[in-house]
Design a protein around this ligand. Sequence first.
Ligand SMILES: *Cc1c(COP(=O)(O)O)cnc(C)c1O
Length: 406
Amino acid sequence: MGVNLPIYLDNNATTRCDPRVVEAMLPYFSDKYGNSASRNHVFGWEAEEAIDNARDQIANLIGAGGKEIIFTSGATESNNLAIKGAAAMYRKKGDHIITQITEHKAVIDPCKRLEREGFRVTYLPVDKFGRVSAADIAAAMTDKTILVSIMAANNEIGTIQPLADIGKLCKEKGVLFHTDATQVVGKVPVDVMAMGIDLLSMTAHKIYGPKGVGALYVRKKDPRVRLEPQIDGGGHERGMRSGTLAVQNIVGLGAACEIARKEMGEEAKRTFALREKLHRGIADRLSDVHLNGHPTERLPGNLNLSFAFVEGEGLMMGIKEICVSSGSACTSASLEPSYVLKALGVGDDLAHSSLRFGVGRFTTPDEIEYTANAVVRAVTKLREMSPLYEMAQAGVDLSTVQWAAH
Ligand SMILES: *Cc1c(COP(=O)(O)O)cnc(C)c1O
């Protein structure tokens, strides 16, 4: 089979920069090196034109206007600016924020900081598929609620949240709605108008653009959202985010959005088909394989599976030539089971034996076939050495076994 090793299947952690994006960026490293804030000469104008073009390319992908796009260093910064910036700006109106427990740390940690500064934060639980409902959010709202922050899709389990329902509720209640849409933008259609989104975070490196650049959509009308800047100096980006714009990176983000807008439909079909092929290629040949996350309301390229009677480290060792993640990239440095899987009610053993496969633009059918075979082989081998698996196969109900204490 024609595959080159290693195989990259970690596209929820980051993606390869599309060669067309690199091509678009190159002139801005060499000939077109102006500062977009230089108003007096052609270098500045050229850079500014490129920035404005990128704003439109980004806005077109999410149903926004170009002037509503604020450039940042990535989704972590966008989330910080949205959450801390809104909290500080609307503090007189209220001190309560609603989010949920499977958010990325780039949302959880700013919320934690705000709690230390005297805000109240509700972290809603999720159902077994990782979803919250607009009804849960409505029940948590008080007349002091100023912001709801719910991610569009989860980076570990791929579960997509009911954004339009939540947006509608927030509009009715006059509460700002922020979504960390990092995993969804460019993969699944998002429309800030139709979905009632006031603030939206995104990053280039999850959509085949460069690392170190992102954007925050900030609604200009109905309502006009204002944010307290988190970085001062120079007054760039309507005063919300100072600092010389990273022109070449922004051009890359714009190009990535333009490609995504044109190719998203086809690409989603292709990544979905490969994800299903991988799922079937594993689950049809192995027993006791559990899907984590929602069966249908999930990102097309995301597959998260747990393998009973297998130890996670051993499994990762057994498929070394395949680059996947156990839990999210952010938690895999520690041996804590993923807090996202825990939130779904997945037990520690199954959480430890979970693998996240992220199918992407450059994944091939041969790579999927190779991966399915490798996983089946590795799991089968580990189970052959597992006394627990042997007992389970012999019909012993493991939950009733009395283990000797040591
Ligand atoms: C990757 C990711 C982030 C962080 O984005 P950076 O651009 O790396 O800061 C935030 N939220 C989600 C859901 C992500 O997947």
